[in-house]
Write a protein of this length. Structure first.
Length: 213
């Protein structure tokens, strides 16, 4: 038959997520059955509380015990299914963590390759030469600043006595020039050109001489 019609197509392989989903469906079905049994036991319990001791109550009690035993079987089955789900969830967690680790490792490998390419283009000797040149330029700049900030002071070998004598000589010359200007015209040069408008008469020579003295 397989030669004539070929083999049946294979479906996708089950995954942990699909297996967990199937077991959760079974657990839900068991929970529904347990809820139905609990309702039935509640009915038996209500009836027995209203009955007197006797064969009828004993028979009803036997039915309730059988139903209770069936509930325990369903509860045991549900516990087993929940344990399976728990184990598969742990395996799924490990699988997810492993996938995350592999993704991280791949990203680190890619980054390492890129860093090697980038650092491979860097010339350390060129960087060191550039640093040395920058240091030399900074030294030259400092020397220029020191030169420009240098003060123009009086040389140490100048005699202060000579300076005092020269200063007295200049004072005497200025005094003699001032007296000569007063004697020549009676009025100093700075008062000969014009008289301010608020003065009605030009100053007298005698008063100017007294003021000059």
């Amino acid at each position: 038959m397989n030669r004539l019609f070929g083999s049946a197509p294979k479906g996708p392989k089950p995954t942990l997520n699909s297996a967990i989903s199937n077991i959760d469906t079974r657990i839900s079905s068991v929970d529904v059955k347990i809820a139905s049994i609990n309702a039935e036991l509640q009915t038996y319990q209500t009836k027995m509380t209203k009955m007197r001791d006797g064969p009828g109550k004993t028979a009803l009690k036997q039915k309730a015990l059988k139903v209770l035993q069936r509930r325990k079987q369903y509860e045991s089955q549900r516990d087993q299914l929940q344990s399976q789900v728990w184990n598969m969830e742990q395996a799924q967690t490990l699988q997810d963590n492993l996938a995350g680790v592999m993704t991280t490792v791949d990203a680190m490998k890619t980054t390492q390759k890129e860093l090697r390419k980038q650092y491979g283009k860097v010339d350390l000797d060129k960087i060191e030469r550039m640093q040395d040149e920058m240091a030399d330029l900074l030294d030259v700049g400092n020397e220029i600043q020191e030169t420009l900030s240098r003060g123009y002071e009086v040389p140490d070998d100048v005699d202060e006595a000579e300076l005092d004598a020269e200063l007295e000589m200049l004072g005497a010359e200025m005094e003699s020039e001032g007296m000569g200007a007063i004697d020549a015209g009676g009025v100093p040069d700075f008062m000969r050109d014009e008289v301010p408008e608020f003065i009605d008469e030009p100053p007298e020579a005698s008063k100017v001489q007294e003021a000059a003295r």
